[in-house]
Write a protein that binds this ligand. Structure first.
Ligand code: ADP
Length: 922
């Protein structure tokens, strides 16, 4: 019986409340049994067994009738009647009964709920007090006990009550532990179920996309041929149905991703004009086909480049616009875009989609965002839909920290407004954007291949034979020679013996997948396709793969099912131009639009980038394609992008007024964004930073680079134009196809041959930046001392002091810097300065010419970030010392003062001969 009872207590199929009720009532019944001997009076001997029997009956009955609360209440009433009787008959407070009152309190607290519990608790308290009071004032009503009995009753009651409450707590604890374990296990099971569900959805998507790829691809081939009108009509219907099926799969996949928290928002910089063009191109034609007017109002002040999740914004707007067209039978559909500037580099953009359609009934509005919920079913039964669209839209907008609202008048129309905040990348205004001014697509036109490339040779890798057939057929008109491999292993075998101009690689393949195969190709010993552009073909998910393939280093990716036109654009973008003959009537601008997806395919192999603090002339940066990531300059008015939002002259005026100004390196996220963007231009990025012990820029860049496969960060060990010298050197090497490893090795080596020395006119800024104390600053000012800042082992050190007025300071500084004139490579010198007038600059040049003439001298204004550290009137002489890897900058580019036309004619050529680099005039 006890075993059965314990089994019931731990049986989690029985409700927790019922189990607690059973335990506590059981404990109470045991307590009553032990109270029997107390008082040694007939009434007790009769009353208590009867009460125990009644309790047992109540428990049984209440559980059977499923009215536990009522049962617990009845037992509580019984206890409240029983205990006072026992109290008086067993000897009042000289008996053991007072301890048993505790059991009554516990019973009430555990078994009753809500107000009833509070009422009974108060009743129990009042009753206990009354009993005590009665026993105190009317001792004659209390049965008298001998001292021996009192002692015995009290002792055994305390022990028993203690024991029973401990047993009770022990049981309760065990039940809680078991419940906890159970919850954890259930949570794990739910997670596993979720995982399985996701896996099921993504594999289902993959599995369904593969046959759809075949259907759509082969159907396109049918449509390309000369076929009777009826067959063409059927083929077009197949096309429509396959696309609808595809949308449905994508929606279900998106929803499951959002539900499992796996939907990631990937913010990238994008061109607003291109985004609007793409959206309009997709919707405009649908509206026209339905006889609706399509209106477009785009705020001309929208920045031309923003940073946001372009793919998801497009998805949201297309969904809303599709609905607007779907649920409108006459009138118009309007897309309006408006923006409001929030801060210097952030905007709030409102996208509104308005239609003159059937609208939504007021009572249905709260439900339209529910998944699988279609409202007004009666009216909408002829309109295709699943009720998933708006649910996805709402959740995507929320993931982007935006807002969505709807305003609809039944039978008159609806207006959906989406608000999303985004960072500004390029604040140049978009300008007038209309239906006419957008870049168009040739949608609806009959197929015409865009190019021919009979001498080009490509390889398509896919484990599904049908997919290979589709790709081959879709590209057949281009006359490209196409080889096919059914696995990664076969691909690697073929690339050992044959060079291909491009490779299309399926991602999901058994044994070795597309990504693994791509990396194996890149490092294949003796492989003939190590540097060949590879495009990923994927059937395994939605549109958020872009980042994955970009990070892995692919030249682009194509989501299956692929259309012939897109496939051609992709292949065209990776083929060497000399092998391609563009069709005469292929529209160039249309192809350009599709390159959006394959921006990576046009990438150069290696790009050298740096920070805005590199202090190189714009002409040189432009000439060698050096992009810079801007530092920040912080002033009392806020944080500005170095040289983009704040000019050095403005900053120096600001600081001359005694106000704050200091530089800050880009954050990890800034670098991530910068690298992601640069990886759209190049397959590899080498980023050269300022000396690592001078600024956190290096560490932030290294952290950001961890997110990418192909970004290498190098500490230049210097700052300003001497860091610029490293950058120039690397850019020359990159331009002349030196390998990444060679460049990295040489830039590191060059660190020891570059001379960085700045002389500080006033130590005020150094003091402000916390580099020297206020006392030292006052001393320097009083004695006209000018510290010389050197960079050694990436650290900034004071390498000496000069004294006196400007001319004296310049002379002794120049003499000191050019002390060891024989070791200096005299071909290029940067005189980099902050806030200096013409006269002083001329004087510096004169002194330099006197001590150590250079072939080329660049007068370079320091960037705001550098100027904020060294202050007005400071300058540096930055050059290289002779070394094995000789770079000749002599004809690299003319200094700023040179005629731009002449500069243009000075083309540079780099000759690479056995470890030494020389730039010669073309
Ligand atoms: P679907 O369109 O696939 O049914 P949605 O989630 O996109 O699913 O929309 C949910 C419901 O909201 C639709 O069934 C429709 O009744 C209503 N709805 C959405 N957009 C509009 C609109 N522009 N005009 C009228 N009703 C709309």
């Amino acid at each position: 019986m006890l075993k059965k009872w314990i089994a019931i207590i731990y049986d989690h199929r029985i409700s927790l409340r019922e189990r607690m009720y059973r335990i506590v009532t059981g404990v109470c019944m045991v307590a009553l049994m032990f109270m029997l001997p107390m008082g040694r009076n007939v009434l007790n001997y009769v009353l208590l067994p009867v009460s125990i029997a009644i309790m047992a009956l109540i428990v049984k009955f209440s559980i059977r009738k499923n009215c536990i609360h009522a049962g617990a209440t009845a037992i509580s009433v019984l206890l409240l009647i029983l205990f006072p009787i026992c109290f008086f008959t067993a000897g009042g407070f000289y008996s053991g009964v007072p301890e048993w009152f505790v059991i009554c309190f516990i019973y009430i607290c555990i078994t009753l709920e809500g107000r009833r519990m509070y009422a009974f608790f108060l009743l129990c308290m009042a009753e206990t007090l009354l009993c005590y009071r009665g026993a105190y004032y009317f001792p004659e009503f209390v049965a008298q006990n001998s001292q021996k009995h009192s002692f015995f009753d009290s002792a055994h009651s305390v022990i028993l009550v203690g024991m029973l409450t401990s047993i009770l707590l022990m049981f309760l604890n065990r039940i809680y532990d078991k419940e906890n374990e159970l919850t954890k296990q259930q949570k794990k099971e739910i997670e596993e179920l979720n995982r399985a569900e996701n896996h099921f959805f993504s594999s289902m998507s993959h599995e369904i996309r593969t046959p759809i790829n075949t259907i759509i691809g082969l159907n396109e081939i049918i449509l390309r041929g000369d076929i009777p009108a009826e067959v063409a009509e059927n083929a077009r219907n197949i096309q429509g149905a396959s696309k609808l099926l595809l949308t449905l799969i994508n929606d279900i996949l998106d929803l499951s991703k959002i539900k499992s928290g796996k939907m990631e928002i990937v913010n990238v910089s994008y061109e607003t004009g291109k985004l609007f063009s793409e959206i309009v191109n997709m919707i405009w034609i649908k509206a026209k086909e339905k006889g609706l007017e399509f209106r477009l109002h785009v705020d001309s002040s929208i920045p031309s480049m923003l940073c946001g999740d372009e793919v998801r914004i497009k998805q949201v707007l297309i969904n809303l616009l599709n609905n607007a067209v779907k649920y409108t039978s006459e009138g118009s559909v309007t897309l309006s875009v408006r923006c409001e500037r929030l801060t210097l580099n952030r905007v709030r953009v409102w996208y509104s989609v308005e239609d003159t359609g059937q609208g939504v009934k007021k009572e249905n509005i709260p439900y339209i965002f529910n998944a699988f919920r279609r409202v007004d079913e009666e009216k909408n039964r002829h309109i295709e839909g699943t009720g998933l669209g708006l649910s996805i839209v709402q959740q995507l907008v929320e993931l982007m920290d935006g807002e969505i609202s709807v305003n609809s008048i039944y039978t008159k129309g609806s207006k959906f407004v989406v608000m999303i905040e985004q960072d500004i990348i390029d604040e140049k205004e978009l300008g007038t954007f209309t239906l006419e001014s957008r870049s168009r697509t040739n949608e609806g036109e009959r197929y015409k291949q865009s190019f021919e490339a009979p001498n080009a040779h490509i390889l398509v890798v896919d484990d599904n034979e049908m997919n290979l057939v589709v790709v081959k057929k879709l590209l057949s008109e281009t006359k490209i020679q196409i080889d096919m491999a059914l696995s990664a292993a076969e691909c690697l075998e073929m690339t050992q013996v044959q060079h291909y101009d491009g490779i299309l690689m399926d991602h999901m393949m058994p044994e070795m997948d597309g990504i693994q195969c791509f990396h194996a190709l890149q490092s294949q010993p003796g492989g003939l396709c190590q540097n060949v552009p590879v495009i990923a073909l994927t059937a395994n998910a939605g549109s958020d793969n872009q980042l994955l393939y970009r990070k892995e280093g692919f030249s682009g990716y194509l989501a299956k099912p692929v259309s012939g036109a897109l496939l051609e654009v992709a292949v065209l973008s990776i083929l060497p131009k000399e092998l391609v003959k563009l069709s005469e009537d292929a529209n160039q601008s249309d192809i350009g639009k599709d390159f959006l997806i394959f921006e990576q395919a046009q990438r150069i192999s290696l790009l050298v980038t740096t920070d805005s603090v590199c202090d190189l002339p714009d002409t040189l940066k432009k000439e060698f394609g050096i992009s810079v990531c801007p530092y920040y300059v912080c002033t009392d008015e806020g944080r500005f992008l170095d040289e983009v939002e704040i000019r050095v002259d403005e900053l120096l005026v600001h600081m001359a007024e005694g106000r704050n100004g200091y530089s800050q390196p880009p954050d990890v996220e800034d670098y991530e964004r910068f690298f992601a963007e640069k990886l759209t231009e190049a397959q590899n990025v080498i980023h050269i930073t300022m000396a690592k012990h001078v600024s956190d820029g290096y560490y932030n860049a290294v952290e950001a680079a961890k997110s990418f496969e192909n970004v290498t960060v190098i500490d230049s060990g210097h700052l300003s134009s001497s860091m610029g010298l490293s950058v120039l050197y690397a850019a020359y090497m990159a331009e002349n196809h030196a390998s990444k490893a060679e460049i990295i090795q040489n830039v590191k080596k060059l660190r020891h041959f570059i001379s960085s020395a700045f002389i500080i006119d006033s130590t005020h800024m150094m003091c402000q930046a916390g580099r020297i104390s206020k006392r030292v600053q006052v001393l320097c000012d009083a004695l006209l001392l000018h510290p010389i800042i050197h960079l050694r082992k990436s650290r900034m050190t004071v390498g000496g002091l000069e004294m006196g007025d400007f001319s004296y300071m310049v002379r002794s500084y120049v003499r000191r810097v050019f002390r060891d004139a024989r070791s200096i490579d005299r071909r290029i010198l940067f005189i980099t300065y902050a806030g200096m007038d013409e006269e002083r600059l001329e004087y510096i040049q004169q002194v330099v010419r006197q001590y150590c003439p250079f072939e080329r001298v660049y007068l370079q204004k320091a960037s705001s970030a550098i100027a904020s550290n060294c202050g007005s009137g400071s300058f540096g002489l930055l050059f290289m010392r002779k070394n094995d890897a000789v770079i000749t900058f002599a004809q690299a580019s003319k200094p700023d003062e040179q005629d731009p036309a002449e500069q243009e004619s000075d083309k540079i050529k780099l000759r690479v001969d056995e470890g030494s680099y020389e730039i010669t005039k073309d």
